[in-house]
Ligand binder design. Structure first.
Ligand code: NAD
Length: 260
């Protein structure tokens, strides 16, 4: 059977999502790139992918904090290119504050973008995956889907929530050729961490680069950031036939952080 392999990677204009998109394209998978950037910027990124990798690539813009935006985005994708059979839920944001000072609107936004959006994209893509008897759902959770850290209540709740939702999705789809897994990265040098680097530098009276090293040392025995490309390669493996029996898992790629 000729399988459709078309991936939607949410939040794929930067950081981990962009690296996953590159690795999937290298392995010949067609792409739907997504982000908050203007369609002019997104379209030129898609064109660069088409030229560099010879795959089909389009860009869709949507704020995934609202269910109705996701519904519109999924209809637009189906109309423009057809069904999604590889779904990478990657879009995410962070905010740090203690539980008692955490702004409720930030809590709602983190849960909406980091957790509920993955529910909405999943519910809207599963029927096409089941119909073709093959599909892959990869949820980008975090070490914070497995352990906690101070000042990250909403993020840790959302990422643990993704781990739980992934288990249920996997159980429901295991006999239908569709797998669902989480990838759980540790420190990865992306725009998401900039505010944390700045805060660490200020609190510890260090430079920006020293702050980066300080944060790594505080959590992980491996003395460097996780490479976004390595996360992309793990996603490629999860899309391969060799990974057909890997489902419901949460895979740390965290320099040993969660081995403590
Ligand atoms: P990033 O800021 O580069 O990527 C986040 C992406 O999400 C961006 O492209 C952004 O535009 C998109 N996004 C944010 N809010 C959105 C919204 N409302 N609607 C649509 N798109 C939105 O940071 P990153 O580190 O590459 O983050 C990607 C994922 O990896 C996130 O889910 C993050 O939680 C997770 N993660 C990151 C790290 C790390 O150390 N950087 C570690 C573990 C997990």
């Amino acid at each position: 059977m000729n399988r459709i392999k078309r991936a939607l990677i949410t939040g794929s204009t930067s950081g981990i999502g962009l690296a996953i998109a590159h690795q999937l394209a290298v392995s010949g998978i067609d792409l739907v790139l997504h982000g908050l950037e203007s369609t002019t910027e997104g379209d030129s990124l898609a064109e660069a992918f088409r030229k560099q990798h010879g795959v089909e690539a389009i860009y869709v813009q949507a704020d995934v904090s609202q269910a109705e935006n996701i519904e519109k985005m999924m209809s637009q994708i189906t109309e423009q290119v057809g069904p999604i059979t590889i779904l990478v839920n990657n879009a995410g944001i962070q905010h740090t504050a203690s539980v008692d000072t955490f702004p409720p609107e930030k809590w709602d936004k983190i849960i909406a973008i980091n957790l509920s959006a993955a529910f909405h994209t999943s519910r809207l893509t599963i029927p096409a995956m089941v119909e073709q008897g093959w599909g892959r759902i990869i949820n980008i959770s975090s070490v914070h889907g497995l352990v906690g850290s101070v000042n990250k209540s909403a993020y840790v709740a959302a990422k643990h929530g993704l781990v739980g939702m992934t288990k249920v999705t996997a159980l429901e789809l295991a006999a239908k050729g569709v797998t669902a897994n989480c990838i759980c990265p540790g420190w990865t040098d992306t725009p998401l961490l900039v505010e944390q680097f700045k805060a660490y530098a200020q609190q510890n009276n260090t430079g920006y680069e020293e702050a980066k090293q300080g944060l790594i040392k505080a959590k992980a025995p491996y003395p460097d950031f996780v490479s976004p490309a390595d996360i992309g390669q793990l996603a490629v493996f999860l899309c391969s036939d060799a990974a057909k029996a890997i489902t419901g898992t949460s895979m740390p790629i965290d320099g040993g952080w969660t081995a403590h």
